[in-house]
Design a protein around this ligand. Structure first.
Ligand code: IFM
Length: 484
């Protein structure tokens, strides 16, 4: 067997094993109630839904610049208008209510608050988020606000971006402005969304804004982001000691491609680098052992004495975003990151697991596994599933209805696995599907639809609840996962 065949057969046997023990089987968690008070919600992010990119004093972000650069986004799309949620947030909150949801996760756009990334607050930007938040509260929902869902003010990128340590201080200033203005009404905060993805796609692979392909800058960006996370945590608490703060970490179970020692070791290294790199600094004040040689910390990360105190933050909860597992194999040739013991590469498993329309593996029991693993890694901190969902690009039929059965199946199978994880002891208290509505899917533009609500971008932004939305509404109402 060549390596590709080995990977395929390994994943095939994993799938078979899971099914045999009930992990993916239809009966797992079916009809099982979630804990009383479990919070059902839906998530969006500012650049993906708001539009109004130049309105009311908003400054330019790295995503405006990236999306306006020809060739960066599929079909030349951008977030200039997106779902026009800036003007339609009342309609969107009404949709959340129709879906029986009790929480809305949305993000605050830094360039609306500080148009050039530093200096005084833009009153109109703050006013927008005050109105949005008040509307969420009036609808009887809990707001969960994300401080950073990737829209770095472009002037800060021009000054070096996340690889520049100063960006951590700028972020803390921004967090302070927002916390003082909104900390009286928003009790729950995600400081960062997916730090792994925005640093690696933005500074290493260059597929996301700001589109840089500089491995060392990427490593330094990760460290600045960890400093920013710790500083913002303290600033939030200073504004209101009662509020709860965490971050939304994108995590994936790392399966070794084969049972060889080399692949097992690579999978473990990759777990530390991809799942724990932004968690341990906050909870323990250091990076996961075995990845970063101690004598390289200063030059690879631009580490200064005392950084362990800055990045440490006793997060109140952990947000987890789960979509797909990774299959990891050793990569003797290295992976282009200098100095770090991260040797390894990950792969999808062509032809083995089903895929969503964006091409991501569908592997529900991986959700159970990573939730439990992260519960263990974080000492059983409360967990909120801050994102989970699928791209499914089915549009309306002749009568305008959207029968997105593959998304229903995806959500159903994953929620059953979540129920199983809770039964196995994971302290999960909330779940947000990604996403409330179809929106700007970063480098994929509008080509990938993740919403449980359809958005007709070409014809007046009309919103239509999909079959998946209707099904999810019954889950939220009954607090249990029923058959579709
Ligand atoms: O759309 C994104 C979101 O912004 C971050 N998490 C993954 C989603 C799907 O790619």
């Amino acid at each position: 067997m060549d390596r590709r065949q080995v990977i395929r057969s390994t994943l095939a046997s994993l799938v078979a094993a899971r099914t045999a023990i009930g992990g993916d089987a239809d009966g797992a968690g079916a009809g099982e109630p979630f804990p009383p008070g479990f919070l059902w919600g839906a998530a969006t992010a500012a650049y993906q839904v708001e539009g109004a990119w130049r309105q009311d004093g908003r400054g330019e972000s790295v995503w405006d610049r990236f999306a306006h650069t020809p060739g960066k986004i599929k079909n030349g799309d951008n977030g200039d208008v997106a779902c026009d949620s800036y003007h339609r947030f009342g309609d969107d909150i009404a949709l959340l209510r129709q879906l029986n949801l009790k929480s809305y996760r949305y993000s605050i756009a830094w360039p609306r608050i500080q148009p050039v990334g530093r200096g005084p607050a833009n009153a109109k930007g703050l006013d927008y988020y005050q109105r949005l938040t008040d509307a969420v509260l009036q609808a009887g929902m809990r707001p969960l606000a994300t401080l950073y869902h990737w829209d770095l003010p472009q002037p800060l990128e021009d000054a070096g971006g996340w690889p520049n340590r100063d960006t951590a201080e700028r972020f803390a200033d921004y967090a302070g402005i927002v916390a003082r203005a909104l900390g009286d009404r928003i009790g729950h905060w995600c400081i960062l969304n997916e730090p792994k993805t925005f640093t690696s796609a933005g500074y290493w692979q260059g597929t996301h804004a700001p589109g840089r392909t500089e491995p060392l800058a990427f490593l330094r960006a990760t460290h600045t982001v960890n400093l920013a996370q710790g500083s913002a945590f303290r600033v939030l608490k200073a504004a209101n000691p009662k509020l709860q703060a965490g971050s939304a970490f994108d995590v994936a179970p790392m399966f070794a491609a084969t049972a060889s020692y080399a692949d097992l070791a690579a999978a473990e290294r990759w777990h530390k680098f991809q799942n724990l790199w932004f968690v341990y600094p906050a909870l323990r004040g250091h990076y996961p052992e075995g990845v970063l040689p101690a004598d390289r910390q200063a030059d690879l990360l631009d580490w200064h004495a005392g950084d362990e105190k800055i990045m440490r933050a006793p997060l109140d909860f952990i947000g987890l975003n789960y979509y797909s597992p990774w299959l990891v194999s050793d990569a003797p040739q290295g992976n282009g990151i200098p100095g770090l013991n991260t040797r390894g590469q990950w792969a999808k498993a062509p032809g083995v697991t089903p895929k969503t329309d964006i091409g991501w593996d569908i592997y529900p029991s991986g959700f159970h596994d990573i939730v439990l693993r992260m519960a263990y890694e974080t000492g059983n901190l409360p967990i909120e599933i801050t994102e989970n969902g699928a791209a499914c690009n089915i549009g309306p039929d002749a009568r305008g209805a959207v029968h997105d059965a593959p998304r229903v199946a995806y959500l159903q199978s994953h929620l059953r696995e979540l129920a199983r994880a809770i039964r196995d002891g994971a302290p999960v208290r909330a779940y947000y599907c990604w996403s409330l509505m179809d929106n700007f899917e970063w480098a994929e533009g509008y080509s990938q639809r993740f919403g449980v609500v359809y958005v007709d971008f070409a014809h007046g932004q009309q919103r239509t609840i999909k079959d998946s939305g209707r099904w999810y509404a019954t889950v939220a109402a009954d607090n249990r996962v029923l058959p579709a």
